[in-house]
Design a protein around this ligand. Structure first.
Ligand code: ADP
Ligand code: MG
Length: 161
């Protein structure tokens, strides 16, 4: 079951807002993949996700340490991975996605660098620079859980609040 949704974000705030609504719905085991070039808005979207999820920590780009872990008052965890600097499959394999997913939700920037290691069921988001403040966001849900999350995003967009 694969469903898609396309949206044109017209500001960083709008991108963050959709992220917040998604973040508010995230549970342990959820996997969100964010594909897009540098400056496409991946980290901006993660800022919204972390805020909506209720993170006590602020979001930064985990470029050097690969994975940031955000905490919440109830001690649950949100993992934020940036695979940009991965340059070998063995290195990627050491990042045990399954154990992270057992402990929390996981958001991955540059997931295409981990080809073959990403579970088939996930929400895949493609971000593309269109103009100065415009970013196209293409959402693709694979599996029942991710179709539920796609509905959350659909409501955030249609509701407009
Ligand atoms: P990435 O993580 O994909 O490299 P960032 O989120 O770090 O991208 O940077 C995106 C940049 O583009 C930020 O400076 C952000 O303010 C800007 N921007 C402008 N318009 C948008 C938009 N509609 N959505 C997201 N970011 C936007
Ligand atoms: Mg980034």
């Amino acid at each position: 079951m694969i469903n898609t949704l396309d949206f044109l974000s017209r500001s960083p705030e709008q991108t963050r807002h959709i992220g917040m609504r998604l973040g508010g719905a995230l549970q342990a085991g959820d996997l969100i993949c964010l594909q897009g070039d540098l400056g496409a808005g991946k980290t901006t979207f993660v800022q919204g996700i972390a805020q909506g999820w209720g993170s006590l920590d602020s979001v930064s780009s985990p470029t050097f340490i690969l994975v940031n872990i955000y905490r919440r008052a109830d001690r649950s965890q949100l993992f934020h991975m940036d695979a940009y600097r991965l340059d070998s499959t063995p290195e990627a394999e050491q990042l045990d996605l399954d154990s992270m997913l057992a402990d929390g939700a996981l958001v991955i920037e540059w997931p295409e660098r981990m080809d073959g290691l990403i579970p088939a069921e996930r929400l895949w988001v493609n971000l593309e620079h269109i103009a100065d403040e415009e970013r196209e966001m293409k959402f693709k849900a694979s599996g029942k859980r991710y179709n539920e999350l796609l509905d959350v995003i659909r409501h955030a967009i249609v509701g407009g609040d």
